[in-house]
Design a protein around this ligand. Structure first.
Ligand SMILES: NC(=O)c1ccc[n+]([C@@H]2O[C@H](COP(=O)([O-])OP(=O)(O)OC[C@H]3O[C@@H](n4cnc5c(N)ncnc54)[C@H](OP(=O)(O)O)[C@@H]3O)[C@@H](O)[C@H]2O)c1
Length: 313
């Protein structure tokens, strides 16, 4: 495993992070708690230190509870990241980053995670109904109290990060990023590089699509949100699968799977600190761990960049 500094937080994180959304079982099917716990164990055994969950992963904190069980006894090895500011009201997802809500959520997350501190506490998404100053000052206070060690945001644009950072130290951002979704290359990545803000990217495999394993005509079980995602259908899917097919020969040269090549490419983009890979089974985690620790030749990197440009462009 490789490790990098997370902005100016003083924390060092593994370049591959463990994403704990799929195991929450919301909009995902085929989840088994024992397999999820085994996946978390494989992650830690494989040198993954960054474990990312959130208050809203699971209708009532299922993901945080599983993480809490998995890390007990190994807390010191882990950079534990969770998020506040989103919650479920029945099946409706609401945003609220007010001081009152954040202070309630942090206590509940600490209980679910069975710990007395969170390494990285992130605002899950911008809440336009709460001044960013209010949220930032609240997180700065939690840091002063030692309940959290570093402060992050997620899904913020540059102006929102600048506003937030006027009132509290900002150590990281968590945006979506992969071969298909590259918007952050224009402004967010340069901003984070210039200001030494760590970037923990999510969706490297775009929910499994970029593994190439979900071919034309694939239907997920009922209740799986990927059935309604246009990227898993029609022309868009055909274009992606075609391009992945053309990448396969590069992956083969290194004895890697397409998933490993895709994650590797993501981890090598300038400004990316860590790549969060969601997984629900140990075998997936073991593969994801082996996405780094090796390099492409210059020639293959250029070839791959060319294919990615065609895919995104
Ligand atoms: N901040 C935010 O707003 C936000 C939003 C979304 C996600 N996230 C974070 O980012 C993490 C990653 O996102 P994600 O889990 O949705 O997407 P992802 O990592 O792109 O895809 C995860 C899925 O890919 C498949 N997979 C993973 N490794 C594989 C392998 N080696 N071989 C074959 N298939 C593999 C699995 O799908 P199957 O289960 O179908 O096998 C897995 O559930 C989340 O878990 C979460 O921590 C954050």
């Amino acid at each position: 495993m490789e490790y990098r500094a997370l902005g100016e937080s003083g924390l060092s994180v593994s370049v591959i992070g463990m994403g704990c959304w799929p195991m929450a079982g919301v909009g995902w099917t085929g989840i088994d708690d024992n397999a999820s716990l085994a996946a978390l164990e494989s992650a830690m055994d494989g040198g993954i230190t960054l474990i990312d969950t959130a208050y809203m992963y699971g209708r009532s904190g299922e993901s945080e509870r599983l993480v809490g069980r998995a890390i007990s006894g190994r807390r010191d090895e882990i950079v534990l990241a969770t998020k506040c500011g989103l919650y479920w009201d029945g099946t409706t997802l609401l945003r609220d980053s007010s001081r009152k809500r954040v202070l309630e959520q942090v206590e509940e997350s600490l209980r679910r995670l069975n710990t007395d501190y969170i390494d990285l506490y992130q605002v899950h998404a911008p809440d336009e109904n709460t001044p960013f100053e209010e949220t930032a000052v609240t997180l700065a206070e939690l840091k002063e109290q030692g309940k959290i060690r570093a402060i992050g945001v997620s899904n913020y644009d540059v102006a929102q990060m600048e506003d937030f950072a006027r009132h509290a130290p900002l150590h990281s951002d968590q945006p979506p990023y992969n071969m298909l979704i590259r918007d952050i290359e224009a402004q967010i990545l340069p901003h984070c590089r210039d200001n030494n803000i760590g970037v923990i990217s999510y969706w490297p495999l775009y929910k499994g699509l970029l593994t190439g394993k979900y071919g034309r005509g694939h239907r997920f079980p009922e209740g799986d949100s990927r059935n309604d995602d246009p990227r898993f259908q029609g022309e868009e899917l055909a274009r992606t699968l075609d391009m992945l097919g053309r990448m396969k020969s590069i992956a083969d040269e290194y004895g890697k799977s397409l998933a490993q090549l895709v994650i590797h490419w993501t981890s090598r983009q300038p400004g990316i600190t860590s790549v969060l890979c969601g997984a629900t089974r140990p075998a997936q985690v073991e593969q994801n761990v082996d996405s780094v620790g090796w390099e492409l030749s210059d020639e293959h990197r250029t070839q791959l960049d060319g294919l990615v440009s065609e895919l995104g462009g």
